[in-house]
Design a binder for this molecule. Structure first.
Ligand SMILES: [Zn+2]
Ligand SMILES: [Zn+2]
Length: 390
């Protein structure tokens, strides 16, 4: 399945490039190309049991290993790693064109879904998800993405959907820079209030942008104007309840789970949970700054809340199954490492003994999985079963 999708996406990207147009091909154009290139293609409608596709999509895919290709419908481009498809495209002003197509996930909530990969020059930092929440008099934004230029294009895309609404408040999920480094756009344009983890203020200093991952990886032109911000209302392992313009929100602290200070944003009336990086799907998480025990606890909290829509920090599945991959990943990680420790496996051998093959087709597996296993071994060596029972 995974290979087929990759091949679909690859072909789509080739087609986009081949068209040389700023806009995605129309369904008619795709169909025309499709008839030229396709071999064994069937139409596939996404359902909640199929974790490879973004929700609500109709995708045509190859069902043979034949080299002649398939074509996905244009709706794929609205959600999937657009930046990747349009690596060479620029806006009229010569900037990377992020091709942001916000997707409405619930009443008054739109999200932007980034690529399932690490930051690259090709995706220009669009590899995490962020969401706009409409209130009576303004937007509340959940995470801003990684660059000033991304933030600007995101706002412009939203402004086409609901014009002239200022972003008064930005709430951040955690300190990783793919989720907040673009925020200074909102400060400069709207003087937005920033709510987030104290770790952003402690670990990132204005003027030292060059030390961030984004500045190290992306093209200088793409991080131009991007500046480290200050959190105005900082939280430290403690949450809050907000009501912004009639929309109730709970900023839920999760302690150290994926990062050292994680939060989710829950809107009980809308039954929407913006879970950020404690939930990912379609790709492997990075547990570099996290804890297996903290993740398992956070995922228990996710399960305990009533939601119909869950938006992960990375990934496209937002239905009832959105958290399933993460729940399974940490369950297996813990069980298998504990068993290996019982069996006397050394730290040096743990990554060859525990490989989580169930996840080998997920994005980032090769880059992140063994690191997660190795780090978790260190944590679970000290594991005391009583700790979990609270
Ligand atoms: Zn993160
Ligand atoms: Zn992230």
């Amino acid at each position: 399945m995974k290979k087929e999708i990759i091949s679909s996406l690859f072909v789509l990207s080739m087609l986009s490039v081949g068209l040389g147009a700023a806009n995605a091909p129309t369904p008619e154009e795709l169909k025309a190309m499709h008839t030229i290139t396709h071999s064994h293609v069937h139409t596939h409608v996404y359902n909640s049991h199929d974790h490879e596709h973004p929700p609500g999509l109709v995708i045509e895919e190859v069902n043979s290993s034949n080299s002649n290709k398939s074509v996905a419908s244009t709706s794929v481009q609205k959600i999937i790693p657009v930046a990747k498809f349009n690596a060479e495209k620029t806006t009229a002003s010569g900037d990377h064109d992020y091709k942001i197509a916000p997707k409405k996930v619930a009443d008054g909530v739109w999200c932007m879904f980034g690529a399932l990969e690490k930051p690259t020059k090709e995706n220009a930092g669009f590899m995490s998800n962020s969401c706009y929440i409409q209130t009576k008099d303004s937007w509340v934004l959940w995470d801003t993405g990684a660059t000033f230029k991304f933030a600007k294009q995101a706002y412009e895309a939203m402004n086409k959907i609901v014009p002239n609404l200022p972003v008064k408040t930005v709430i951040f999920s955690h300190e990783h820079d793919d989720h907040w480094l673009g925020a200074n756009y909102y400060k400069e344009r709207f003087n937005s209030k920033f709510i987030g983890s104290h770790l952003i203020n402690e670990r990132y200093k204005p003027g030292r942008e060059a030390e961030t991952r984004m500045f190290k990886v992306l093209k200088p032109h793409d991080v131009d104007k991007t500046k480290i911000i200050r959190i105005d209302q900082a939280y430290n392992h403690k949450g809050a309840k907000f009501n912004f313009g009639g929309v109730e929100m709970e900023y839920i602290p999760l302690g150290q789970a994926h990062s050292e200070d994680d939060y989710m944003l829950y809107m009980p009336k809308k039954k929407v949970l913006l879970a950020a990086d404690v939930v990912m799907n379609g790709r492997i998480t990075s547990n570099r700054d996290g804890l297996v025990s903290g993740q398992i606890k956070a995922l228990k909290k996710v399960k305990s809340l009533k939601w119909d829509v869950l938006v992960p920090g990375h990934g496209y599945i937002t239905d009832k199954t959105a958290a399933d991959e993460s729940i399974l990943y940490f369950k297996l990680l813990k069980e298998r490492i504990l068993k290996a420790i019982d069996d006397g496996v050394d730290a040096a051998d743990i990554t060859s003994v525990v490989t989580l093959p169930e996840f080998k087709d997920k994005a980032m597996y090769d880059i992140l999985n063994s690191g997660n296993v190795y780090r978790s071994y260190g944590e679970l060596e000290m594991y005391d079963e009583d700790e979990d029972e609270e």
